[in-house]
Design a protein around this ligand. Sequence first.
Ligand SMILES: [Zn+2]
Length: 441
Amino acid sequence: MTSRFEPLTVLRHFAAARAMRHRDRAALGAWQRRRLERFLAHVLPRAPYYAPWAGKPLEAIPVAGKALMMREFAGFNTRGIGREQAMEIALRAERSRDFRPAIGDLTVGLSSGTSGNRGLFLVSSAERLRWAGIVLARALPRHLFARVVSPWREPLRIAFFLRANSNLYTTLASSRVAIGYFDLLEPVEAHVARLMDRPPDVLVAPAGILRLLALAALGGRLRIAPQHVISIAEVLEADDVPLIARAFGQPVHQLYQCTEGFLGYTCALGGFHLNETYVHVEPEWLDAERTRFVPLVTDFTRETQLIVRYRLNDILRVAEPCACGNPERTIAAVEGRTDDVLWLADTSGTRMTAVFPDLVRRSMLFAGDSVRDYRVRQHGDELQIALESESVESSGALVAGELARLWDELRVRPPRVRFTGMPPSVAGAKRRRVEYAGGAR
Ligand SMILES: [Zn+2]
C-alpha cells in the first residue's frame, strides 16, 4: 500500500543527500565516526547475534559474510524474523510476482546468488524510502533532477532492466518519475520494441544488456536518445564503455548497488565514488602495493537487517581521488568477484599466484578487434577460452601471444589453453567473462 506521504519522505531524503557535502577526508571521517558510534550504541545491540559486542569498537566485531548471515538470520535482524518465515514469504512473492510488503512494514527479498546460496534480505518501509531518496540524489544529474521537481514538466521516464522486481525498486516510482521495468528474461527484440514505444530519459541496465542495446542502436534498429545511461549489476567491461557511449551519445555512469546496500555511484566528472556518507568501507587489501581490495561494509544507515563488517565477494581497484572535490573514496572499477580470480603456479612451482580478472581482460583487449566477445574459464591447469570471432584460429593465435606476455610479466607457469567458439548465450544469465571453475588450488 502506498501512503500519500511516501513521495514526500523520499524527497526529504533526496534533499538531505543532495545537501550533504564533506569538505575533505577528515570531515567525512568525523561524520562517519559520529554515525558509527550511534549505530554501535543503539542499533547493534538490538540484533541478538551482535548483543555481546554492544559498546565495543567496530574493529572488535567479527567479520560477517553471506553464509553466516543466512545461517544466523534471526540473530542478524532487529525484528526477530526467522529464516523459514522470511524464505516462505520471499518465495511466495517470486511466484505471484507481488512484491508488496509482507510482514507489517517489512519487505522480504531474495537475491539470486550465482553459487547456489541465495540471499534473503529484509528492508523496512522507512529504509526503503531513505534508500530511494539517496539513490535518486546520487544517480540523477542536475538537469534531470530539476525536471523531477518541476510539476509542470513531463515526468522523468526511466527504463530499468532487472532480474527480479522488488518492492525496493517500485519505491522509486511516483507521479514525477515513471519507471518502466524490463524483465531480463525477455529477448532483446522485445526490449527494443518497448523502448521505441516509450523512449526513456534514463536507461538503467546491466552492462551486458547495455552492450546489446548499443549494438541495436548502432545497427539502426533501436532509435532512442536517453539523457543519462547507468550500468548496474555486472562488471562494466572497458571495451563496452566507448561502444555504449557512441551508441547513445552519453557517457556511461555506474551504480554499485546490491542486496547488501547502495555502495557506489559515478559523479558528474565520472569519478566512481563509494557511498561513504552512508556506509563505512574497510579495505581488506589483496596485494602488497594496495591496488586492489575486498570491501568490508558496515551500513550505519540500516536498522532492520544489520550489515556489519560484511565481506563482499567483490574485488575493487583503487583510483586517484576525484577532481570533483568530493572526498568519498574513488575506485577505478569493480573488477569482478573474488572467486573469479584465476590461480597459476609461479615459475618455481612453489606457490600459487593470483591472476586478477582485470589483467586477463586487458590482455584480451590487446589482442585486438577481431575478438568481438569472449569467455575465459579456468578448470584446474587448463584455460578454456571461447571466442566470438570470424576465425577462432587466427584470433586465438593473437590471444595466445598476449597471454604469453602476461604469464611472463607475472612470472607464472603458462597453463594449457584451449580455444573454442562462443556458446549461445542464456537470457537473464549474468555475464561473467572471466571465471574460475576450480581445481587449481
Ligand atoms: Zn567525483
